[in-house]
Write a protein that binds this ligand. Structure first.
Ligand code: ZN
Length: 324
């Protein structure tokens, strides 16, 4: 049977979003809650509660399954959490736990992948067969679509755009590596740069926005200042866009995508990032590949939820032998 709904969850370090989603990507019912601190079971309980809430009033047979996007390295083939920096989920059998308590089939994936799936089916990359998605937020994630399919790699761990080396002598990355893209463009780097600028006269516009308290400077404030034309803030965000663009030059040369979608809390709110990334690609990518469009994501906060639901529909349909 072609079930009408799937439940998609976007689990982040600070919040969990869940939605009851139709096949066409419309969210019928949605809820958001804070991610519990402490051990993994609190997180699992919160996920179960969120599922219960959005599934209320819908018959179980109408639900194709549950998709969960996690801020983690997922072995997609084995459906296990290999490594998770922001939440205590490494080694936790998330799929088994949720499946046994909800009686629905469950599929888990990396949150960059679910966001890319969402944009691919219902957002900025609709109809594109070869595209990249990069999400810039607290970390940097993404997904690589090749010939209409999400490229997962040997064990399903592929697509970690944030952990490409962009500077051999660069700063430490939260993953333990050095000089990775994430260490230059994610939220902590922008905060660090914003605070450093605020120590000088040039950064006074940023400091003023934080009520003259450097400790209150956030990435959002730096972006707000950059969008309002503040020079020091625009320099910081321009650099973020430039470094991202340099990383994309390598990917564009390697994969020749038609589209690059920039999403995430940072990527979606700062046009300067897209502008500078586009400049880097159009001046540096190998000939013939420069027609790639760099565009903002369209689904915003909903990308993770609808993408996770799309994953659940896909798993359901391939189980049932249905074609999408
Ligand atoms: Zn890294």
């Amino acid at each position: 049977m072609r079930a009408s709904y799937a439940i998609g969850l976007d689990v982040g370090g600070t919040r969990i979003a869940a939605g009851l989603v139709e096949r066409k990507g419309r969210i019928v019912k949605e809820m958001r809650t804070s991610t519990p601190k402490g051990g993994p079971f609190g997180v699992v309980d919160a996920i179960i509660d969120a599922i219960g809430e959005v599934a209320t009033g819908v018959h179980a047979s109408e639900i194709a399954g549950i998709g969960i996007g996690l801020p983690a390295q997922i072995d997609f083939g084995r459906q296990t959490v290999e490594f998770c920096t922001n939440l205590p989920l490494g080694g936790v059998d998330m799929r088994g736990l949720v499946m046994s308590r909800t009686k629905h089939s469950v599929a888990i994936d990396n949150d960059g992948h679910t966001a890319a799936l969402g944009e691919s089916r219902f957002g900025a990359a609709k109809g594109a067969r070869d595209f990249l998605m990069v999400t810039v937020g607290t970390g940097v994630g993404g997904g690589v679509f090749i010939a209409g399919e999400l490229y997962r790699g040997h064990r399903g761990l592929g697509g970690e755009i944030g952990h490409m080396v962009v500077d051999l002598d660069g700063p430490d990355c939260p993953c333990g590596g050095k000089g990775h893209l994430e260490a230059f463009v994610a939220r902590p780097a922008i905060i660090r740069e914003g605070r450093a600028a605020a120590e000088t006269y040039r950064g006074s516009g940023i400091l003023r926005r934080a009520g003259d308290d450097p400790g209150l400077i956030t990435a959002e404030l730096v972006i707000e200042a950059a969008n309002a034309g503040d020079e020091a803030a625009a320099e910081i965000m321009g650099r973020v866009g430039h470094v991202l663009g340099e990383a994309l030059v390598g990917l564009v040369n390697l994969l020749n995508p038609q589209l690059v979608v920039i999403g995430g809390g940072i990527g979606e709110t700062c046009p300067l990032i897209i502008e500078r990334a586009t400049q880097a690609i159009s001046s540096e990518a190998l000939a013939g590949r420069r027609d790639v469009h760099v565009v903002p994501a369209e689904l915003g906060n909903d990308a993770g939820v609808v993408g996770a639901a799309a994953l659940a529909f896909d798993e359901h349909d391939s189980r049932e032998g249905l074609h999408r």
